[in-house]
Design a protein around this ligand. Sequence first.
Ligand code: FMN
Length: 179
Amino acid sequence: MRQLKLSKAFTLIESGPVVLVTTHDEKNNIMTISWTMVLDFTPVFAITTGEWNHSFSALRKNRECVIAIPTVDMLDQVVGIGTCSGVDTDKFTKFKLTPVQGKFVKAPLIKECLANIECKVIDIVRKHNIVVLNAVAAYVDLARKEKRTVHAVGDGTFIVDGRKMDRSKMMASKLPDGL
Ligand SMILES: Cc1cc2nc3c(=O)[nH]c(=O)nc-3n(C[C@H](O)[C@H](O)[C@H](O)COP(=O)(O)O)c2cc1C
C-alpha cells in the first residue's frame, strides 16, 4: 500500500462505506461498522459502538484501532465478521485475511482491503456510544482492481458504489487547498 496524505484520509470514509475496524488486545480482532461519520476536513472521525461488542473493550482500554475499507468482492467476509464475536473466533483466520503491522498503533491493517487508516481514540461519548477517532496515518492499495465500496441500507441489503461525478470546480470555494 502507498502512503496517502493524511489530509485526504477523510475522503476514504466521507462517502459512507461499510468499514472494518481492527483492534489488538492480546489478540487481533475485527468488527464491521456501518455507523461512521466524518466530522470535518481534519482527519477526525466517529463510529458508533459500545459494550455489546467485544471490540469495544479493546477500543476503551488501548485507545487505538485501524479503519479498513473493504470492497464489494469482500461483502460475505464483511457480513460474516459482523455476525460473530472475537470472544470465541479468530476472525483473521476464519475469514482468510492478512494482518499487517502499522506504524503507529498495535491494531493491524488488513492487507486485502482497499485502504487502511491508523487511528487513536480521542474521546468516547458514552451517552450516545460515539467513539471519536483521530487518524494518524492512511494507506491505499493503488494496484487493486476492485475499488467499489459497499453502503449498508440497514435492513441487511447493501448498495454498491456506482458512477462517480465530479463537481470539484463548483465546490472549490468550500474545499481546502490541495485536496
Ligand atoms: C453490515 C454490518 C454493519 C454493522 N455496523 C455496526 C455498527 O455500526 N456499530 C456496531 O456497534 N455494530 C455494528 N455491527 C455489528 C458488529 O460488527 C458485530 O456485533 C460484531 O460481531 C462485533 O464483533 P466483536 O464482538 O468481535 O467486536 C454491524 C454488523 C454488520 C454485519
